[in-house]
Design a protein around this ligand. Structure first.
Ligand code: PMP
Length: 452
């Protein structure tokens, strides 16, 4: 007889800690814990990431060209970071992981490597739009529904050949998620490859290049809780090996000579071919550590945490008089925790200044480097919108504080005065201490003498 085993409670991995937010001053007096609802712009480091960087610092040395012990340790750290990031993203065995500064840098590198015309949507962030505005490339207008947009994509690919289709994995204005596996299928059926701008997707959802059919992917460490100056371009080797080097210089070559009177340059293969100059080891190590910390939670625990907060935010916004969340498509059903909205009668810049000055809440306002999309969604070319973005470290109290502040704004207006100072809305006057680190004028005259 077999004994009946007791039901096991599902193991929910704990979300990794984000470095604690500071207390921030309010114009009305006192201070509060900073409610950082601007994670889509840049996220603070995970505790594990900051600790890993601190642990590495004593070994920090230049990589690849040093025989010293620390150089060798640092070289190993860089190359292990490459492997780790590739694995986290489900890269194929022959894919290349090139460390870049950020997503913009990665997409510009890809723009220099693509061997033919590129097709992108007009709803893209400028990083995935501006590189494709010149030359043989084409920008496809986004239709009101995703289904119509995908039909337009199929039609455009049938009408003329493209080397590459490039899309955002999660919108930085609306958080909407285009179906990447389906788009990969559409692109591949037409003989094109697919690149994904994953700057906003990677911090929120699992990405698996091999399973999804994504050929190239770009992301930024500073949005993935690793703000130490590194990003990546990951993808198929052949174009990257054939392309001119992204940055010509030391490290990108095997050998250089003037033996026949003419320069004879033996460029290295990718990834080194595109990583000229001293690599950002700390940035790469930070990015890899973020991948290690996110790996156990990115499938379930992190998206579940975020979905609960997103529902709270969207339900709450629906009850704020005159608040209108933006969306690109009428038929998308899933999104990450990135919500841009307008508030009738309240300029976006003033709303953001008010939230910061009177409630200690950080949000973004403007057009979020997606001018064509935001102008279309707001029906105006001047105001822009307010964007709240959620992630690891966001609490229900952060969301509730935002909603309470918006109710206060729409019911009785701000308590302080605001004006446009140097082109941005700001409290006037602003009595807050905006130099808590005592850096003075940035020279050597502060109360700290860091440059002495
Ligand atoms: N793509 C998207 C979707 C983004 O949200 C951003 C950052 N706002 C970028 C690209 C550019 O990222 P980075 O500034 O790190 O290059």
């Amino acid at each position: 007889m077999t004994a009946t085993l007791p039901e096991l409670a599902p193991v929910v991995p704990q979300l990794p800690d984000v470095c604690a937010p500071p207390r921030v001053p309010l114009v009305t007096g006192g201070s509060v814990r900073y409610a950082n609802l601007d994670l889509a712009a840049s996220a603070p480091p995970l505790r594990a990431v900051a600790d890993h960087v601190a642990e590495l610092l004593p070994y920090y040395a230049s990589v690849h060209r040093g025989a010293g012990y620390s150089s060798q340790v640092s070289t190993g750290v860089l190359e292990r970071a490459r492997t780790c990031v590739g694995r986290f993203l489900g890269a194929r065995a022959d894919d290349v992981v090139v460390f870049t500064r950020n997503t913009t840098d990665a997409l510009n590198l890809l723009a220099g490597a693509v061997p033919g015309p590129v097709l992108c949507l007009d709803a893209e962030h400028h990083a995935n739009l501006l590189p494709w505005l010149a030359g043989p490339h084409r920008v496809l207008p986004t239709a009101p529904t995703l289904a119509e947009t995908l039909d337009a994509l199929r039609d455009a690919l049938a009408a003329s050949p493209y080397a590459l289709v490039t899309v955002t994995g999660a919108g930085n204005v609306t958080g909407e998620l285009p179906p990447l596996a389906e788009i990969a299928g559409i692109a591949h059926a037409a003989g094109a490859r697919l690149a994904v701008d994953a700057a906003q997707l990677a911090p929120h959802r699992r990405i698996d290049l091999a399973a999804t059919g994504i050929d190239y992917l770009a992301l930024s460490g500073h949005k993935l809780y690793a703000p130490y100056g590194a990003g990546v371009l990951v993808g198929r080797r052949d174009w990257l090996d054939a392309a001119p080097p992204h940055l010509a210089g030391g490290g990108a070559v095997g050998a250089v000579s003037f033996s026949g009177g003419e320069p004879d340059i033996g460029w290295a293969a990718a990834p080194q071919r595109h990583e000229g100059g001293t690599p950002n080891v700390l940035g790469a190590a930070a990015l890899a550590e973020a991948c290690r910390a996110l790996d156990p939670v990115i499938d379930h625990a992190a998206p579940a945490h975020e979905r609960a907060l997103l529902t709270r935010l969207l339900d709450g916004l629906a009850a704020v008089p005159g608040a209108h969340p933006l969306r690109t498509w009428a038929d998308t059903t899933d999104r990450v925790g990135v919500v841009a909205f307008t508030v009738d009668g309240h300029p976006a810049g003033r709303v953001a200044a008010y939230l910061s000055a009177e409630h200690g809440i950080g949000v973004r306002d403007g057009k979020f480097c997606a001018h064509p999309l935001v102008d279309r969604l707001t029906g105006s070319s001047d105001g822009g919108a307010v964007r709240a973005s959620l992630g690891l470290g966001t609490t229900a109290e952060d969301v509730d504080r935002l909603l309470t502040a918006l109710h206060g704004l729409t019911r009785r207006g701000p308590r302080w005065r605001y004006g446009v100072v140097d082109g941005r809305w700001a409290p006037t006057p602003d009595p807050r201490d905006l130099d808590p680190l005592r850096l003075g004028d940035g020279g050597t005259t502060g109360t700290r003498s860091a440059c002495a």
